[in-house]
Design a protein around this ligand. Structure first.
Ligand SMILES: C[S@@+](CC[C@H](N)C(=O)[O-])C[C@H]1O[C@@H](n2cnc3c(N)ncnc32)[C@H](O)[C@@H]1O
Length: 214
């Protein structure tokens, strides 16, 4: 079941984000954004991949990175917030094999669509009252959509500078052991974990234990 107030918390977190942090995409600048995209794509065979679902696609900047890296497949970006969604459509909407959806992924009916890769770069970064339940719900929805792999960015709780929580009290930072256990429980064990971006950003990849059916 989706939780409308979870979406409201995400909206509230980003409401004055630009004014406070000086950027709209969640990364300090495009250099940092590209580091994130490169870390996400490190495990993905972009030539072979037929489709990517980008959960929390922001302003859509992952798409040109994927294209420049050889991805020719279908891209679907889902973004909760209207302003970045509009920006994505304005910038990248001419790509004929890309669709940008303005929607809450947690409540979105994608029918029986499946994607080779599901990517979530920061969509779990807003703290929720029951973080474990919220993560479980979101990750279950993601792995149910994925055939080959999942690429997930989270903030590592043990490495985020404590002062960040003064600036961003609603920032979610994850216990990576618990995240690994949750993914394993879902049948998608973590295959790799890398830290980058000031050492607090963690990129996790996961693949299904059992081959997924189409
Ligand atoms: C840190 S930003 C990163 C944006 C983009 N992935 C990028 O790397 O440039 C995370 C985005 O996830 C979006 N998001 C969070 N929860 C979401 C949900 N349930 N459905 C759709 N988008 C969501 C936020 O609105 C925000 O734009």
């Amino acid at each position: 079941m989706s939780d409308a107030s979870a979406a409201d918390r995400v909206r509230a977190f980003y409401a004055d984000y630009h004014a406070r942090m000086g950027n709209t995409s969640g990364w300090p600048d495009m250099h940092d954004a590209r580091l994130t995209y490169a870390a996400a794509c490190r495990e993905i065979d972009l030539i072979a991949a037929g489709s990517v679902l980008d959960v929390g696609s922001g302003e859509g900047h992952l798409l040109p990175f994927l294209r420049a890296s050889g991805f020719r497949g279908a891209y679907v970006g889902v973004e909760l917030l209207e302003a970045p969604h509009r920006s994505a459509v304005r910038r990248y909407g001419r790509d004929r094999n890309a669709t940008f959806m303005h929607a809450d992924f947690d409540a979105l009916d994608l029918g029986d669509s499946r994607f080779d890769w599901v990517v979530s770069l920061g969509s779990l970064a807003v703290r929720q009252p029951d973080q474990a339940a919220s993560d479980r719900r979101a990750l279950k929805r993601m792995v149910d959509r994925a055939r080959v792999g999942l690429a997930l960015y989270v903030n590592d709780r043990r490495r985020v500078p404590p002062a960040w929580f003064d600036d961003m009290p609603r920032l979610a930072a994850h216990d990576l052991d618990a995240l690994g256990e949750l993914l394993a429980e879902l049948g998608w064990p973590m295959v790799n974990l890398r830290w980058y971006a000031g050492d607090h950003g963690a990129m996790v990849h996961a693949h299904p234990l059992e081959p997924t059916n189409d």
